[in-house]
Design a protein around this ligand. Sequence first.
Ligand code: DAH
Length: 340
Amino acid sequence: MKEELKKIEEESLKSIENANYLKLIEEIKIKYLGKKGELTAILKGMGKLSKEERPLMGSLANEIREKIEASLKEKENSLKNGLLEEKLKYERIDVTLETDNLILGHYHPLKKTIEDLEDLFIKMGFIVYDGPEIESVENNFDLLNTPKNHPSRDMSDTFYFDENRLLRTQTSPCQIRAMKELGAPLRMICTGRVFRNDEVDATHSPMFHQMEGLVIDKNVTVANLIHSLDYFVKAFFGNDMKTRYRPHYFPFTEPSLEVDTTCINCKGKGCPKCNHTGWSMELLGCGMVHPNVLRNCGIDPDIYQGFAFGMGIDRIAMVRYEIKDIRMMFENNTKFLEQF
Ligand code: DAH
């Protein structure tokens, strides 16, 4: 039996030494140490040995088993390391490769404008608030002091789901949500999609984007409104821009104003684009928050006042990138989008 064991030891260690791939290691293991393996068979036959021989052969067999196991493990590790090294060599990234031809994605001009607006207002101390596109009639109209006979409430102007739910026609309901949730004082903006039953043409779309702003605090006046909007226009479009304020009507502000800016094309000199007036018309609507709106949101108008403003982001992006037709924003024509 001793000779048989020695033979197994010699043969198995030799074949482990010669093994050059992982699967072979597994096969060798099964051949000698497996349930039907050669060493296992010998151990099973130990019963036939004499009492004296049994412990001697037993410990020799165990010694050999340990040797085989250790040598298998060692070989397995070295093969694995070799594989890893080869993989690393093969998969090495060549950082010097030319990358000029890679096509990189980029922001849509509208998204870029939204991000830039948000960044600017965050710097001015505003938070960015988010509201849903499906709104209640209450938030979109009633709590914004919009009377029942206001034309924007008409079925032909607004997409209703039922009596109480609609696609928001403006981002102004976010003011209501923010005041109710966060109370006063408050400085927030909100950007997002709004929906109106408009025919599509070069300057109209049933879906477009707005940005809403709201400031509520003690002692807020029209002076703060004008200063903030003037600061925004200069920071966003350039220091040589001016703002001009005209009286207007919005149900949720009193007084209400419309804001024009210096013509971005001629910087106020007068050109065909601005009908030689030097002004771009209607950049945004704004005003002092109507006391009814404050009251509707649980804010006491005798303690707090506020100003609000709203603007069309698509228009701003169109002015900024000299895009002539709003439809180009939504057609996803890559030839158009690749320019930005
Ligand atoms: N919601 C208005 C619109 O869609 C825009 C607007 C005007 C928003 C005045 C305001 C505001 O917050 O104060 O035409």
